[in-house]
Design a protein around this ligand. Sequence first.
Ligand SMILES: [Zn+2]
Length: 407
Amino acid sequence: MHYWLPLIIFCFGIVGCRDSFDGSASSGPGNAMAPRVPPERFGVIWDWMAVDSGTVQSGHSLSHILGPAGVSAGAIATLAIEAQSIYDVRNIRARQPYWIAFDGDTVQPARYFIYERNATQYARFDLRPPYGVTLGSYASDTLIERAQGVIESSLYMDLERIGAPTNLALSMAAVYAWTVDFSRLQEGDKFNVLYEHVYVNKQPVGMPRVIVCHFEHRGRKLLAYRFNQGKGDDYFDENGNSLRKAFLKAPVEFSRISSPYNLKRFHPILNRTKAHYGTDYAAPKGTPILAVGDGIVTKSSYTKGNGKYVKIRHNSTYETQYLHMSKRAVNVGENVSQGQVIGYVGSTGLATGPHVCFRFWKNGKQVNHLKEDFPPSEPIESGQMDAFRTTVAEWRMHIQDREFAVR
Ligand SMILES: [Zn+2]
């Protein structure tokens, strides 16, 4: 893995730009001293081989591919067994590229079969006794790039318009999953993002990884800095607060769980087994019900079963719903913050006594929130603060000089 130093920042275009930090300083005097070696590929001296290449056809097995290269059925069977613990040949998939290398002038049987597992990894099979397989990776470069622009339609379209990778939108949405609903961006929102992208043979592969992002949403600047304080990469604002937010443990204080999430509950009113997709918290009538996290009210309504209820979307992943209220305190479209009173405990709808039935959605499916593994949301620890501030200052230099300098 090679890390290009960010040396030059170019900015072009009127409403957006994408920079690449060029590694033009990498050809130093050291390169001139390097000894000349024959070109190597897949870990073998490639220049001395005769090579056939293709892509795996649908329904083809190793016999279809290697038979014409002079490899016997017995040899293929032995190879499959010898390779199994390192790379199982049954994992070979259609449409993946492969190469068959022959010693000298296509001497049969072939010497190597190289199968490309994905954009960065390959498996090299040795086609002569004692047979076997070696896994390898292509040489890759990690480039640091920058994309800056103003939202005109959607982040995806706007990234495409300025020539930045469109899958950067997914990476950015993940960074801001708890603070910005990317389906509700506003025209005029601004982004300025530095990210890493891995290149193999000058082609970008995989997802871009955000290093730092300055995002302006509805006039509010939301900064995100990547930092690892020993538990893996995470994103923090300029003060070291995690960009993730923890939900409140329960929507009512001083309550008790009267009925847990249970897919095989016997319903006390319906007198039959009916999945209970919520957690019931019993509390006196009129007890305030709190939003467990920031969000937007998507439903504030009444049905025969739910009674008076409210539903909140917190981000692109999570939604919560609160049933059987005696009174609702918010309207559809309203922004609510964590801990805000959204209604009061009651027993409207199908309920035997005053309680709130709390329902939790993850990616559109109801789940038991007490069993969910929420990502940590701890801020930067005090012992890591100096290192964090140094990291922030460093990246700000690279991103800030033209911060939101969109004309
Ligand atoms: Zn319930």
